[in-house]
Design a protein around this ligand. Structure first.
Ligand code: NAP
Length: 301
């Protein structure tokens, strides 16, 4: 039987345990893989294990970089690679502009290379189809951290969720299910209406100062400085802040420390707390995304 990725050559460059799961899922979907950065893998049917990025990308129809991508110098996050895997300018020159390059988030360095060599860079972390699934391990990881840090149960705690997008919604729903007194803080009337529909208490950001002093637990998902020094003055010293927003988060961490409030920036939770689930999510989303992209550029029928 023809599988969804039959006949598609994919280079997987580095990554972590999520990508090990993704590799198996891509093989199950029929793809032929050349992987670099996974010395523990043994070659088998449709799986070639390469030592270098240059070898892996040769004749690839699609290139996959890990969700965290590269550092500012192009070093690919590859936790099992015996030596650094680097996405260099030489590599960029070798990838045809028809080849989609999937990556979670691309650093400016890679975006500049993509612009210079007309590379088809596709950033996936912010796509709904990935971000909504990833909200599940993110929310569970945040609650796990909260449980470790708090001397009280989640049940009946006064839990505040700042921001009510993909992560905020899943977090609020999970907190509610655990019996937390859940308050959602958002600025959009539609999001506040949805939070109300889910039986959460709702507070507009403009009114945050009137309520924040009640919180035992504050989860921030807003990638802007919403918990600044002035707002933090209102937080009880015994409260715990778990900040999920992308680095640098939405908390003035030095101010929190001065005030004796425990505030934790918690990036990359899916890969840390549930790498297998996070890999399965990639395995569910990427094959469809690859087929859609190859169809758009007229490569797959
Ligand atoms: P999202 O769906 O875009 O939701 C963001 C929320 O923040 C929305 O409610 C948005 O409201 C609100 N917001 C944005 N700017 C605001 C501002 N200046 N003032 C008040 N509210 C504001 O994003 P998401 O997928 O939930 O992700 C949230 C953050 O968590 C991102 O930074 C993401 O990178 C990060 N993240 C972290 C992890 C982790 O493991 N730590 C995992 C997944 C995602 P509007 O709709 O009104 O703009």
């Amino acid at each position: 039987m023809k599988k969804i990725l039959s006949g598609v050559n994919i280079a997987v460059l580095g990554g972590d345990d999520r990508d090990l799961v993704l590799i198996e899922e891509l093989l199950s979907a029929g793809a032929a893989l050349a992987v670099a950065g996974f010395p523990q893998l043994k070659p088998r049917e449709r799986l070639r294990v390469m030592a270098t990025v240059a070898d892996a990308i040769m004749s690839a129809d699609v290139v996959i970089l890990p969700l965290p991508g590269t550092n500012d110098a192009g070093v690919i996050r590859a936790i099992y690679a015996p030596q650094e895997l680097v996405f260099t300018e030489e590599i960029a020159k070798k990838i045809p502009s028809t080849v989609p390059i999937l990556i979670g988030v691309a650093k400016p360095f890679l975006k500049q290379l993509a612009a210079k060599y007309n590379l088809r860079l596709i950033e996936t972390a912010e796509m709904d189809e990935l971000a909504i699934y990833n909200a599940i391990p993110s929310a569970e990881g945040a609650i796990q951290l909260a449980m470790q840090e708090m001397p009280i149960t989640i049940h009946f705690s006064q839990s505040f969720v700042l921001g009510f997008g993909r992560v905020g919604q899943t977090l609020a729903r999970t907190l509610k299910a655990l019996g937390a007194e859940t308050t959602v803080v958002a600025r959009s009337a539609a999001q506040l209406a949805r939070a109300h529909e889910m039986s959460c208490r709702t507070v507009h950001f403009a009114d945050l100062a009137n309520y924040l002093g009640e919180a035992d637990l504050i989860f921030n998902t807003v990638p802007s400085l919403v918990l600044d020094a002035e707002v933090l003055e209102l937080v009880r010293p015994k409260a715990v802040i778990i900040d999920l927003a992308s680095t640098p988060g939405g908390t003035d961490f030095p101010a929190a420390e001065r005030l004796g409030i425990k505030a934790i920036l918690a990036p990359g939770l899916p890969g840390k707390v549930a790498p297998v689930t996070a890999g399965r999510i990639l395995g569910k989303v990427y094959p469809q995304l690859i087929v859609k992209t190859l169809r758009e550029i007229g490569i797959k029928g």
